[in-house]
Ligand binder design. Structure first.
Ligand SMILES: Cc1ncc(COP(=O)(O)O)c(C=O)c1O
Length: 383
């Protein structure tokens, strides 16, 4: 090897390694769909929903076309709309608040906890008061299990119960994690997840699912995902969407779900090793009591005085890619800055948007690659 060649970059996520591991089983699963040709509503869709119900412990699973649709469909099913407020954290991917606005309601942004990056119960309480003061009707809260760690579902449930709100858990990043020994998918009225390829459980395109123990809601969601279809196919009984998960993606997900627990364990090994190697130079993520993570992202906070762009460039020069989730919290983004924020402001979200940076994380990151990441971070912080 030419000693002046830069090292091969460490993959930020490695869908290829997983693809190689699953090889034949995925090919065969796709081949079965190609053979039976039921590309929409094929048998794999029902089989996946059953497998996801067993995995999560939820009674009903309704697969759909994306995580965004999963959120929107629940809001539509619950008739959330104009004049309603839905509380959601600002430090999240835009889809959380976007679904609320698409439903015609008002997202009210609340702050997050400094150590877990998940919804801050005190700010949630303030956000509900803010919504009322503005003449909105607070109807729901969407906690997000950000970067893979479950939110504090006990605190969220206590506030939601006291205020008569329903909880829609956004587990797009956290599906597979648990809170106090219970898997996500079983908290609140419903849980939404995403199967976008980069998610811990991802398909080979777009996909999502909704989990609920409410049989009536599940039935409504099944109607909404096909244009609000009633018992007669051509008598639509409500507004809906084209929001089905296609059979090919379901077939792929069935195979991926078989190794998901093993991959979650592998991600946790990487996270533990990162924490040991980096804990004394940067702020490493911490799991709150009772919470587990599937490590959708491994997101550190840089010490004051370390320039984030310079840090990212130094890592890149060592073949270590990074990403910033999220350089702007939702309330700082053009499309969302006119929506209300909880009284007291969103100082933690804003601080996080300034100093977080995510490192390579996936189930196939070997120790040599982990060491390269650790050394590159340590070198860049001390430079
Ligand atoms: C927190 C969160 N919510 C919702 C979504 C939306 O999922 P999708 O991209 O499948 O629409 C995502 C994924 O990108 C997400 O990270």
């Amino acid at each position: 090897m030419n000693q002046h060649m830069p090292p091969e970059p460490v993959p930020f996520i490695d869908i290829g390694a997983q693809r190689r591991r699953l090889g034949k089983s995925i090919d065969e699963a796709v081949g079965r769909v190609l053979a039976h040709c039921q590309f929409v509503n094929g048998p794999e869709v029902t089989a996946l929903e059953q497998a996801l119900a067993k995995f999560s412990g939820a009674q009903h699973v309704v697969s759909c076309a994306s995580g965004t649709d999963a959120l929107l469909m629940v809001l539509m099913a619950e008739n959330i709309g104009r004049g309603d407020a839905v509380l959601c954290p600002s430090f999240t991917f835009c889809a959380t608040g976007e679904a609320v606005a698409l439903a015609g309601a008002t997202p009210v942004f609340v702050d997050v906890d400094e150590t877990t990056f998940n919804i801050d119960p005190a700010s949630l309480t303030r956000g509900i008061a803010t919504a009322k003061r503005l003449g909105l009707k607070p109807k729901a809260v969407i906690p997000v299990d950000l970067f893979g760690q479950s939110a504090d579902h006990d605190s969220v449930a206590a506030i939601a119960d006291a205020e008569g709100l329903f909880v829609l858990d956004d587990a797009a990043q956290g599906f597979g994690a648990s809170f106090k020994g219970r898997r996500l998918g079983t908290f609140g009225l419903a849980t939404a997840t995403s199967f976008f390829p980069a998610k811990p459980l991802g398909c080979f395109g777009d996909g999502g699912a909704i989990f609920t123990d409410d049989a009536g809601l599940a039935e409504t969601l099944r109607s909404i995902r096909v244009h609000g279809q009633g018992s007669d196919k051509y008598d639509n009984v409500r507004l809906g969407l084209t929001a089905r998960l296609d059979t090919m993606q379901a077939a792929i997900l069935i195979e991926k779900l078989r190794i998901f627990d093993d991959e979650i364990a592998a991600r946790n090994v990487v996270a533990d090793r990162y924490a040991r190697g980096l804990g004394n130079v940067v702020t490493v993520p911490r799991l709150a009591a009772g919470c587990t993570s599937v490590w959708a992202q491994y997101t550190i906070r840089l010490p004051k005085g370390v320039d984030r762009d310079g840090f990212a460039a130094a890592l890149k020069a060592q073949g270590v890619p990074t990403a910033i989730y999220y350089p702007k919290s939702m309330h700082q983004q053009t499309a969302y800055r006119d929506f209300p924020v909880a009284d007291g402001g969103l100082g933690v979200s804003e601080a996080l948007s300034n100093d977080v940076i995510s490192l390579p994380m996936h189930a196939y990151l070997d120790e040599a690659a982990q060491d390269r990441v650790i050394e590159a971070v340590r070198g860049a912080v001390s430079a």
